[in-house]
Write a protein that binds this ligand. Structure first.
Ligand code: 13P
Ligand code: SF4
Length: 305
């Protein structure tokens, strides 16, 4: 039995759905039941039928799946896979900001812990942030934790007044202006597609900015044959698979998220074998957090519709 047959058999026997983010190892993406950006993964998690969800991604994604499916068992391929940006804001900081800015809506990027979500009014992802923030009645927006996504949204919504947090994604921050200028000089016909977690100077040099799924659909729908991609290299698998005639180049070789890369094929096999044995810890959250952190996520799903 090859790896793929073994995984299908285990999935069926154990009633498991495998959800994966575009940044994980391509061998895992190939075997997942659903691959998506954080918004699509949250929606999918809210709809799944299987009693066990196995998540190939980072902890905030698994936590969101648990919050939206309290009765299901949610497991991570690798429990140590976290998000460095999510760790840049604490629930305590949000409580203090609420006292300082009582009029502001607390808008929380899904790349955050469940504790932080529990203190927030609404969640957003990079693909729905503009849509969701636009619909909020508050003029003042306290946006956590990503300063770059916040600036990107603020530019689109001049009617709102933003208060910024200082969080950022270390992987996207590595993508620098000089390297992008060099990549553009090397591939003069290529369009530049960036993730809004990139700094403003990168977005200003880009032809398009969007979530991972939006970058993939933009490249699929556009007639251009070459693209410089300013986001984690995991997206190259789908980009190349869906666009066999087109060429995709990274800005730098190391635009890689080390935590996403913990989601390997061997971890997938191991996790599937362990589900149900009691040896694979499932995501568990305190009851208070479960109740309070679900609210901003559900609010996001409603406003983003
Ligand atoms: P997407 O919502 O675009 O999938 O992004 C998730 C992420 O972690 C980007 O660094
Ligand atoms: Fe977090 Fe950045 Fe990794 Fe996305 S790429 S999971 S924001 S550290």
């Amino acid at each position: 039995m090859n790896a793929s047959e073994k995984i299908s058999k285990l999935k069926q026997e154990k009633d498991v759905v495998i959800l994966a983010h575009y940044y994980v190892d391509q061998e895992v993406q190939k075997l997942a039941d659903f691959v998506g950006d954080s918004y699509a993964l949250a929606k999918k998690a809210a709809e799944t039928e299987q009693k066990n969800i196995l998540f190939a991604g980072v902890s905030f994604m698994g936590e969101s799946a648990k919050l939206l499916n309290p009765k299901k068992h949610v497991y991570m391929l690798d429990q140590t896979a976290g998000c460095l940006m999510a760790d840049m804001v604490t629930a305590e900081q949000v409580k203090q900001a609420r006292e300082k800015y009582p009029e502001a809506a607390v808008v929380c990027y899904v790349n955050s812990s469940a504790e932080v979500k529990a203190e927030s009014d609404v969640c957003v992802t990079s693909s729905n942030a503009v849509r969701v923030v636009k619909k909020l009645k508050q003029k003042q927006i306290y946006f956590i934790p990503d300063q770059h996504l916040a600036h990107f949204v603020a530019e689109m919504l001049p009617e709102k007044e933003f208060i910024y947090h200082d969080g950022y994604c270390p992987t996207h921050r590595m993508i620098d202006q000089k390297s992008l200028m060099e990549a553009k000089a090397k591939h003069p016909k290529a369009l530049v597609l960036s993730h809004p977690e990139c700094a403003k100077e990168i977005l200003d040099l880009s032809d398009y900015a969007g979530s991972t799924a939006e970058i993939i659909s933009y490249a699929g729908e556009n007639a251009a044959e070459e693209y410089i991609i300013a986001t984690e290299t995991g997206v190259f698998y789908q980009l190349e698979k869906e666009n066999p005639g087109k060429k995709f180049y990274p800005v730098i070789d190391c635009q890689v998220c080390p935590d996403m890369k913990k989601n390997t094929l061997s971890r997938l096999e191991y996790a599937l074998e362990q589900i149900g044995s009691g040896d694979l810890p499932e995501i568990e959250l305190e009851e208070r957090i479960m109740e309070q952190a679900k609210r901003p996520l559900v609010q996001m799903l409603e406003l983003a519709r």
